[in-house]
Design a protein. Structure first.
Length: 607
């Protein structure tokens, strides 16, 4: 079915020469560093491979924070959280579009054209005895009992798949569930730039495949969202910029092609900080994305649209890109799990680039198992991450805490991170100090590489896209079709050169940082290093966002995984970041899964 004119795009946040549609609007001190003591015996029951089996001196950790400062219940958080202000109603355009999509979904029923959902059949014997002489007659009737409907809210992808197998859920029903949430809540969040006009039709086709016995895998019929710098051949890919408004790439990005081959449904494209240039998630095409846990605050960035969309349950999982914190910061600020993979592990072909050297594509999800399933579908290696999540444990794991990355900080954030580390220690992990010498000085300016590479990487990408409306960064700047917030960054990028001592020095730091981290981990038999993903909570929109701890993993080209560490007393999410050796994603996922088993259940925002 062809649906002309369907496909939701957000309104411009920046004045341009075109007529702008009417847009409805709505309306912290340094913490002291953790202290660590070196006095406990080493545990030896780690399920993870040991690099150094020899006996090592170890250390244990006692938090300096009182218990009352380290634990806040979900009920208390909800009670203290300021009311979240969202728009009532939705734009007429999105309402009409999504209503049309829902009408196409089998006229509001769960049945899929050409298929019959499996049903549970129960045989009931009804006995009737007459007053006449024997024999007594018995008649049997067969009653079809509809399956109990499945509620997708907060569910894992494996739970969704099980419900589909049992006939309690279809891909059409699941897609409709998420479309309705986008319709109801996104005008208060601005997480979505574009809604897939074929989402329901794709879901129906996947349901027909399932009915025919052809299930592609754990992502079959599962809706996902993509950051809008990840190329899609059937929807615009804009990097949030009016200069690329309406641009459709010649082919899907490699990651997108792999997701679709696995049966995933790309339900929507999400907002980002324009061209992924910063951590606030504001763009000329998508406007300012807001944090679902407090819509007066930033969602992190640059993949803040994906983060906000997943927190608001607009999809089961999603992809972002990470150059310096762009997956990890939104994961921390939106109470999610988010992984920056090792450079080169996940392909970046078809992604509008920021950097040749430091770009990577990574998954974000509400549950570790969902993140692992996306990694299995998109990474360059064979399926192994789901198994790591399923076998996750904290027993015998050694985690080193980088004290230097706790300062400067908000005491409330530090307390939450300390609480998460205490929880790990109480459930089998050894938490020790990791005073890597001069770790902050070694990494230098974490932006030194990508600030200089952006123009060259973008121009090369545009040269390979004959349908792109612009051919170079210079043309974008000349057009004026971008958000004013990135003006100075674009001007610096135009003036940058790859033939400079500063750029060469920034490249030279990369192996130095990688080796410093890896050698310390090897010498101390550590499985991961830990520190706050951000030392400050999400800032109020319009103010400066501080605390991004992206630099060490980005400069070193190392994997890092953020886990939710709870909430500050006023209900703002906090994230703990775990960094590992190159290609140690399995280890990080196993640790995160072990942590999830003992951590409080995922807490949705009060939209």
């Amino acid at each position: 079915m062809t649906v002309p004119g369907i496909g939701t795009r957000k309104r411009s946040a920046t004045p341009t020469s075109r007529a702008a549609p009417v847009r409805r609007t709505k309306h912290s001190a340094s913490a002291r560093s953790p202290s660590w003591r070196n006095d406990s015996p080493r545990r030896s029951s780690s399920p993870l491979p040991s690099r150094h089996p020899r006996s090592l001196p170890t250390s244990s950790w006692t938090s300096p924070w009182p218990a009352s400062a380290r634990s806040t219940s979900a009920a208390e958080i909800r009670g203290r959280r300021p009311p979240i202000r969202i728009l009532v109603g939705v734009t007429r355009r999105r309402a009409l579009i999504i209503s049309f999509l829902l009408a196409a979904a089998c006229s509001g029923t769960d049945a899929v054209p050409g298929t019959t959902a499996p049903a549970t059949t129960t045989t009931v014997a009804a006995t009737t005895t007459t007053t006449l002489p024997p024999p007594t007659t018995t008649t049997s009737t067969t009653t079809t009992v509809p399956p109990v409907p499945f509620d997708p809210a907060g569910a894992t992808i494996p739970a969704m798949q099980a419900a589909m197998t049992e006939g309690r859920l279809t891909a059409v029903t699941l897609t409709r569930f998420y479309l309705l949430r986008i319709q109801e809540f996104d005008d208060g969040l601005d997480a979505i730039i574009y809604v897939n006009p074929r989402a329901i039709l794709e879901a129906a086709a996947l349901d027909r495949e399932r009915a025919a016995g052809a299930v592609r895998g754990p992502l079959h019929g599962i809706p996902v969202v993509l950051k809008d710098n990840i190329g899609t051949a059937d929807m615009p890919t804009t990097a949030g910029s009016l200069s690329l408004d309406g641009f459709i790439p010649t082919a899907d990005a490699t990651q997108v092609a792999r997701l679709r081959a696995a049966g995933a449904i790309v339900i929507a494209k999400t907002n980002l900080h324009e061209f992924a240039r910063d951590i606030l998630t504001v763009s000329s095409l998508g406007g300012q994305t807001r944090n679902p846990y407090d819509t007066a605050r930033y969602p992190g960035g640059s993949s803040g649209g994906t983060g906000a969309a997943l927190a608001a349950e607009f999809a089961a999982a999603g992809l972002g890109t990470d150059t310096c914190g762009s997956v990890r910061l939104p994961a921390a600020f939106n109470h999610l799990y988010g992984l920056r993979p090792t450079i080169g592990l996940t392909p970046t072909d078809g992604v509008i680039p920021l950097s040749y050297t430091e770009d990577t594509v990574g998954p974000m999800a509400r549950h570790v198992i969902d993140l692992a399933i996306l990694m299995d579908a998109t990474a360059a290696t064979g399926s192994r991450y789901t198994a790591a999540a399923e076998g996750g444990s904290l027993q015998g794991v050694r985690i080193g805490v980088i004290d230097a990355l706790f300062e400067p900080s908000d005491p409330a954030v530090t307390a939450r991170v300390q609480g998460a580390l205490e929880l790990m220690a109480a459930n089998g992990a050894e938490v020790v100090s990791a005073p890597i010498p001069n770790i902050v000085g070694l990494r230098g300016n974490a932006t030194g590489v990508f600030l200089r590479e952006f123009r060259f990487a973008l121009d090369e990408y545009l040269a390979g896209q004959p349908d792109a409306p612009v051919e170079s960064l210079a043309e974008i700047v000349a057009s004026g079709k971008y958000h004013p917030i990135i003006t100075a960054q674009l001007q610096r990028a135009l003036a940058a050169t790859l033939d400079s001592a500063e750029y060469r020095a920034a490249l030279d730091r990369r192996p130095i940082v990688r080796d410093a981290v890896t050698d310390w981990m090897d010498d101390n038999d550590l499985d991961a290093l830990a520190y706050p993903a951000s030392t400050y909570a999400p800032a109020t929109i319009g103010s400066n966002q501080r605390g991004n701890n992206c630099g060490t993993a980005s400069v070193g080209g190392l994997p890092a995984l953020v886990v939710p560490a709870g909430f500050t007393p006023n209900g703002l999410p906090v994230g703990l970041e775990l960094m590992g050796r190159q290609y140690a994603e399995e280890t990080l996922i196993a640790i995160a899964a072990g942590y999830e088993q003992v951590a409080p259940e995922w807490t949705p925002p009060e939209l």
